[in-house]
Design a protein around this ligand. Sequence first.
Ligand SMILES: *[C@@H]1O[C@H](CO)[C@@H](O)[C@H](O)[C@H]1NC(C)=O
Ligand SMILES: *[C@@H]1O[C@H](CO)[C@@H](O)[C@H](O)[C@H]1NC(C)=O
Length: 773
Amino acid sequence: MASSPSLLPLLLLAIPFSAALVGAAAPRAFACGRGSPAAGLPFCQSWRPVQARVRDLIGRLTVPEKVALLVDNAAGVPRLGIPAYEWWSEALHGVANVGPGVRLGGAYPGVTSFPQVISSAASFNATLWELMGKVVSDEARALYNAGRAGLTFWSPNVNIYRDPRWGRGQETPGEDPTVSARYAAAYVRGLQQPYGGPRGHSRLKVAACCKHYTAYDLDNWNGYDRFHFNAKVSKQDLEDTYDVPFKACVVEGKVASVMCSYNQVNGVPSCADPNLLRNTIRGQWRLNGYIVSDCDSVDVYYNLQHYGSSPEDAVAYALKAGLDLDCGPFLGKYTESALNKGKVSVADIDAALTHTIAVQMRLGMFDGDDQPFGNLGQQDVCSSAHRNLALEAARQAMVLLKNDAGALPLSPSHLGTVAVIGPNSDVTNTMIGNYAGNPCAYTSPLQGINKYVKTVHQVGCNGVACGGQQPIEAAVEAARRADATILVVGLDQSFEAEGRDRVSILLPGRQQELVSKVAAACRGPTVLVIMSGGPLDVSFAEADPKIAAILWAGYPGQAGGAAIADVIFGTHNPGGKLPVTWYPQDYVDKVPMTNMAMRPDPSTGYPGRSYRFYKGPVVYPFGHGLTYAKFTHALALAPTQLSVQLAGFRAEPFNSTALSGRAVRVTHARCDGLSIPVHVDVTNAGDRDGAHTVLVFWRPPSGHGAADKQLVAFEKVHLAAGERARVAMGVDVCKDLSVADASGIRRIPLGEHSLEIGDLTHTISLKAEALRR
Ligand SMILES: *[C@@H]1O[C@H](CO)[C@@H](O)[C@H](O)[C@H]1NC(C)=O
Ligand SMILES: *[C@@H]1O[C@H](CO)[C@@H](O)[C@H](O)[C@H]1NC(C)=O
């Protein structure tokens, strides 16, 4: 343990002149550290306010030095003792070795790999989301201390999962703005662990980044790709769908960074749009942090979208729009010539650096060798507590879609041999999805099941593509001789990934044939486990009486196989719910992926998107998820009437083609503290302990172009068999009960609002009231 960072100060005291030893034991050189040429300068004085330190440092830099700091692999400034810094690290669901900032290896071969985000979202447990963020921040700091990671992580991805074909839907918390907003704020708080410092300038454990702003959810489909795509988005959809998680990330999560996307939004590249970056993120939401481009975005809009007639124009668009950091070399190459041609000013460059350097200061990167969290090391990565949380998270991610006649859980003592079949039945890497690091250790589904019962194993398909000749017959033979069959099928990154959207949402190749034949052959129950990020049309299996149960395992992370087995054999009672609608194939056949509209359009037959707007047939709805327990709801407290006080304005006609009746503009209402309590008594009327998420849906007064219904609150509760508990939730009237009109202006409709909780419906009558003086 001689290399433990916490021992370094002692070693240095003991042998102050042994530079060789210091070099060997401490690969990190910290700005403002011992012997720095800048020691004593104001920017090195950590007791000074961040802004003053930033000003002091920027005032000392030459133009070439400044320009070299505008890119992700920022050069060092040796004359001031500032080391080079790579801004690009990733930590989507565990530290990931995707960006150049993270280098796993040596004493740090692996990290804790939590379930892919779409699976964590299925837990509907905000406590878990924050806790995972905190664990990741521990591992991130430990890696940073060892010189193996940066402190700026470009995670999470909170784009709305609009279309089931999107290859990166797996990285997101799903289709619902309320879930995505809560996820964004919770995970970011967990990662950043803000502490100390004056208000608004708290110090950060690591800096998170919400990406990709905005309306990005198409990678490569039918000749359209993200580098060229112009997302045509209405102001209404932007306000009540696409922007919602980003706003929560900045306003509630206090994130230190936002990343703009490759695509254009209504004809302007996101990263060159002053309305999106300068006015919305920084102006309205008051981002305290930096705005970074997606990697090579500036190059992409200049060279592929032909936005800007010279590279210098492209630079000017970026800096004037409010971009602070370029992931890629473009700004490093062309900013000086843009300056010489008068396209940008030194003040534009300084403004960008003010934002990036302030984040570095809040992270302690200019505090010398006495680094915060310097005690975190090898013992804090893949610790047993972290590995247990990865297992716990995987269990909470499991969504039971079908369970005929209580076929599950299986009782191991009543089973001789169980056939374990399918292309994903013994996978490891597939379980962690994308943007992951090497995990501490894997438990594959087969390994997990082997802990409970004697198994025979057959893949049935050599890989998820499952085309041509496949060992299906051998699998059928194994099922015929077994007492029960567990099939693990689905997708992997060869079907859904960054740069790879799907065309079909059916099981690939001959997988469906494998499932049906095996189920027909097995004399005992057949359990179908689906491992995928995106939804699949498995209506054939839902309809097949030979398939007793269906479990969606998502991409459950390093401990996924153990969690799958724990659910099948009843050690864990499943409580996950779908964070996305599972559509039939027919839906994607008629809906172009390029249509960004959330709302249906009766004139064209466009059916709309997500449970909020789409009313056609589904395979499984948003929020679906079964349990081995039985939960019932009773309303304990909620008002039946509510007055919205007007801040010196009158209620106005709700003037939008789609909206009728009267409404109050949110900006005209007294919103402070205008929240309604919704308390629900939940009873576990079953004979097994279990967790249940109470979902509160809102239906606005009728006749609106608002969502059909909208999730406005959710809370998870764990109950022993027979136990009852009161779940207290609140609904913010201005935020949650308002509707965006066609111009994106939020108004609170007056009249009868309904709340739906399970099979309960409660109506609240909303009226406006002039403020009494
Ligand atoms: C309502 O909106 C329409 C279209 O935006 C506009 O033509 C009309 O003047 C508006 N009416 C009122 C009363 O503001
Ligand atoms: C939410 O997750 C945390 C962390 O795993 C766990 O302790 C808690 O019990 C979960 N809540 C419920 C209601 O299951």
